[in-house]
Design a protein around this ligand. Structure first.
Ligand SMILES: Nc1ncnc2c1ncn2[C@@H]1O[C@H](COP(=O)(O)OP(=O)(O)O)[C@@H](O)[C@H]1O
Ligand SMILES: [Mg+2]
Length: 255
């Protein structure tokens, strides 16, 4: 895992501007054919804030992120956000490209030459724990490494807003815990405006400044829980455990 200083340098270099505007979603409705996904969602993410969105599978969380990133448009209501980079739910690495070229894709997309894009991506490989795997294909990487490559690619877009769609959902419990810690450290040192979708209330409590709980489909906001707790946080901290129970209760789940 990386030290605070190393990770901070990476994030600082990758970011173009400090966040100045936040995300505002106002009464957003979205349906696909006859299927309602979003039923009038409203939420705000202040600049530099991390807001976690938690809700049951299929409720409309990915749809919400796609609206924030401009990949979908709500049928009614408004969504406004500074330029946002999406880290999709599946890591979406291209299987035929090396780890280095996958990470460099964000820079290729904005017109960097292959050599320059590779060089800039490579500067971060050590701090992302990827040294020695530059030429590996995604199938040769562990789940945690694939997520780090995908996260590096997302950071290298230089966009002030990150939309992370269940970034650790497919990882085993131990790797997930390490990655949560790693992301928390990165975001403490270099705050970005982050919308983090997860189905894991504990992950939300560990990482976020507030937690938006969504109903089952069509998604609406059940309640928003502020997380005014100092960092670093540990899952065994009593306030984290209490918050997890409160969130599960609000979602109607046994705690
Ligand atoms: N592009 C699409 N076309 C048709 N239906 C979709 C599309 N995207 C999402 N849906 C539907 O919208 C609902 C919410 O999906 P999604 O946002 O992926 O939920 P979540 O991310 O919370 O699991 C689901 O019923 C899904 O089938
Ligand atoms: Mg989803």
């Amino acid at each position: 895992m990386q030290t605070h200083t190393e990770m901070g340098a990476a994030a600082r270099d990758a970011r173009s501007d400090p966040p100045s505007d936040g995300i505002v979603v106002a009464d957003a409705h979205k349906s696909f054919g006859g299927v309602d996904a979003l039923a009038g969602i409203s939420l705000r993410v202040a600049p530099g804030e991390i807001v976690a969105v938690v809700g049951p599978s299929g409720c409309g969380k990915s749809t919400l992120l796609e609206c924030v990133c401009g990949l979908q448009r709500p049928n009614s209501g408004t969504v406004s956000s500074p330029p946002a980079a999406l880290m999709p739910q599946r890591d979406a690495l291209l299987p035929w490209l090396s780890a280095l070229d996958n990470a460099a894709l964000a820079l290729r997309a904005v017109g960097e030459t292959r050599a320059r894009a590779r060089a800039r991506a490579h500067e971060h490989f050590e701090e992302f724990g990827l040294t020695g795997f530059e030429r590996a294909r995604p199938s040769e990487l562990s789940g945690g490494m694939r997520q780090r490559v995908a996260f590096l690619r997302t950071l290298l877009t230089g966009r002030p807003v990150l939309c992370l769609d269940e970034p650790f959902g497919a990882l085993d419990a131990i790797t997930r815990g390490q990655m949560q810690q790693w992301l928390a450290e990165a975001l403490v040192l270099e705050p970005r405006t982050v919308l983090l979708v997860t189905h894991d209330v504990e992950e939300a409590a560990l990482l976020a400044d507030s937690i938006v709980l969504l109903s089952s489909r069509p998604a609406n906001v059940v309640t928003t829980l502020p997380v005014a707790l100092p960092r670093p946080r540990r899952r065994s901290d009593a306030p984290i455990v209490a918050l997890r129970e409160r969130a599960l209760q609000a979602l109607g789940e046994p705690a």
